[in-house]
Design a protein around this ligand. Sequence first.
Ligand SMILES: CC(=O)N[C@H]1[C@@H](OP(=O)(O)OP(=O)(O)OC[C@H]2O[C@@H](n3ccc(=O)[nH]c3=O)[C@H](O)[C@@H]2O)O[C@H](CO)[C@H](O)[C@@H]1O
Ligand SMILES: [Mn+2]
Length: 342
Amino acid sequence: MKLQSVNAFLIMFAGTVVIGLFYFGFTSPSLRHIDQRLCLNKTKKSRENALLQSPQGFIYKQPSVVGPDGKVGPLTPWLAPIVSEGSFDPTLIDAIYKQQNITVATTIFALGKYTIFLKDFLESAEQHFFVGFRVHYYVFTDHPEQVPDVKLGEEHELTVMTVNSLSRWQEMSLGRMKRLEMLIESGLVNDADYLFSLDVDTKFYGRWGAESLGDLIGVIHAWFYYTPREQFPYERRPESQAFVPYSEGDYYYGGAVLGGSVKQVYQLAKTCREQLDIDAAKSIEAAWQEESHLNKYFIYNKPSKLLSPEYSWDDKRGTPREMKMVRFSQVPKNYDEVRPNT
Ligand SMILES: CC(=O)N[C@H]1[C@@H](OP(=O)(O)OP(=O)(O)OC[C@H]2O[C@@H](n3ccc(=O)[nH]c3=O)[C@H](O)[C@@H]2O)O[C@H](CO)[C@H](O)[C@@H]1O
Ligand SMILES: [Mn+2]
């Protein structure tokens, strides 16, 4: 009888301690703090690895860009937004990102005769590209003396990066991934939150703002958004690292625009550079140089946001019904005049 009551007392005491600990755990600020920190650490880690990776050889229907209603579809099959006129409120989206006090860095390559495009590019960018935000242009050129003196807006900055001349246009285009990788490694863009790389033989015609920001950004090419995937100009030789089988691919992305967080752009540039190096060692050049490697990368590492062809149009293409506006476009160029080789 006595023993039983001691046991009952011990059980009751243990129960009270357990309940007390639970209560203390939920209410104590210090323990809650530790708990929150653990939770946040976990959350942050999974966010950092938040590449939308897709397995190779996975077969599914090709998504269409323009829906049956004649409009650019609002989402990809992996639920990434496709940004086009009417899909966002420019004042709201700018106001949200303004509060984050962000810096947008942009690389532009102007080697050989391509310096002639810099004036129009920069002048039009100053009218349309992230107006009111902190912007840092990095102009890579082998002719620093030819960089025009364009008046920049408040908090807009331009750094000239002098590089060696190259003899083939393909190399100038190919070298962009390596330069991008090196620029990020140098720590020069550490102050930037987002990084874009844009073709220089282009002009801005309309707004390009915070709606274009995200972890990993690709642009749908102006010439291929009605094309079946087996006809995309992907690299089709299996010997190349840029090889894509006929049964795979979502959209054909343009090499003229890529972007995202500095971290994601680094991952992209490094991977593409490694693939380009392997090809170079085998003397293989992909069909569309780094654009081919970029396209392969985006099949297996899905962009978190896509820019519609409004963000990479072509002056030669007119404006079909489904394009409500043109924001950024390739200007006509005489290839024989601007390129050092054919
Ligand atoms: C609209 C679009 O998606 N265009 C892509 C396409 O043709 P493009 O005809 O647009 O290629 P391109 O001649 O404009 O070369 C791409 C970029 O490389 C730089 N550059 C090139 C040659 C030169 O002598 N000096 C120089 O600085 C310059 O920044 C230029 O904008 O395929 C290229 C790869 O071959 C790139 O992926 C381009 O982005
Ligand atoms: Mn171009």
